[in-house]
Ligand binder design. Structure first.
Ligand SMILES: Nc1ncnc2c1ncn2[C@@H]1O[C@H](COP(=O)(O)OP(=O)(O)OP(=O)(O)O)[C@@H](O)[C@H]1O
Ligand SMILES: [Mg+2]
Length: 233
């Protein structure tokens, strides 16, 4: 299967002055299309740093990152933003929805930023509604975030991540702010998306959440300490 993510000796050094932090210290990973992968590791081990680079939000100091075969390690901010828009969907621990803005408008946002394809407002609304339907929230399209439960907010965020039809969904602790029952509902939704062929990379601190994915990559001190297939898969 084609590798959607391939890194070679990925390094990230913060603080180029007196004190240097090797946040990523030579990371080699390969993730195939359609995989559901959990990233674990202690606080400060480099998980968010890795997610930021894999999600084209930041660049490595050194090493190579191929996204769907394309070398994106040296791209500038403008080009990285274009790649993000075209290929990636993001889900964050804190949902990151716009307040006082309907679920539908929130889900439409990535399409508004997408300059390469010109959609009419009508087309954007239809796509956003289809994404809300996919997460079971079509009837809440006109609700604002403060009129929704935590789990519903995260489902809106997932709909927003899906609306671009991304090749890769990046989720940084998507269940971190949810009670366990609501977290289970979000996991069920991610499983469903995975079942429909999406590639998902998810950071979690919870072993029982990681156990539900196909593979767990554990970082320690900016290096891959473990990379295991999970039981049941
Ligand atoms: N902008 C920055 N400037 C300097 N150092 C940074 C910066 N961001 C992160 N670091 C350092 O890089 C290392 C990795 O940080 P990172 O945020 O990737 O860890 P993490 O695994 O996501 O931790 P957590 O589980 O606490 O979220 C840490 O030592 C951190 O202090
Ligand atoms: Mg982090």
């Amino acid at each position: 299967m084609q590798a959607i993510i391939q890194t070679h000796n990925l390094r990230k050094v913060y603080g180029m002055g007196d004190i240097q932090v090797n946040a990523l210290d030579g990371v080699d990973i390969s993730i195939s299309e359609g995989e559901f992968v959990a990233i674990m590791g202690p606080s400060g081990s480099g998980k968010s740093t890795l997610m930021n680079i894999l999600g084209c939000l930041d660049r490595p100091t050194d090493g190579q990152y191929l996204l769907a075969g394309e070398d994106v390690s040296g791209l500038d901010k403008v080009h990285l933003a274009a790649i993000r828009n075209r290929r990636l969907g993001f889900v964050f621990q804190s949902f990151n929805l716009l307040p006082r803005t309907s679920a539908l408008r929130n889900v439409m946002l990535p399409l508004v930023y997408k300059r390469s394809e010109k959609f009419t407002t009508r087309e954007r609304e239809e796509k956003a509604l289809a994404a809300l339907e996919a997460v079971g929230l079509a009837e809440r399209a006109e609700h604002e975030p403060n009129e929704l439960s935590g789990g519903q907010r995260q489902r809106v965020a997932i709909a927003r991540a899906l609306v671009n039809d991304p090749v890769l969904i990046m989720a940084d602790e998507p269940t971190g702010n949810l009670d366990s029952k609501t977290g289970d509902e979000i996991m069920a939704l991610l499983h469903e998306l995975h079942g429909r062929g999406r590639t998902i990379v998810m950071v979690t601190h919870e072993q029982y959440i990681a156990d539900q994915t196909e593979r767990t990559i554990t970082l320690v001190d900016g290096r891959v300490a473990q990379d295991d297939k999970n039981g049941g898969h």
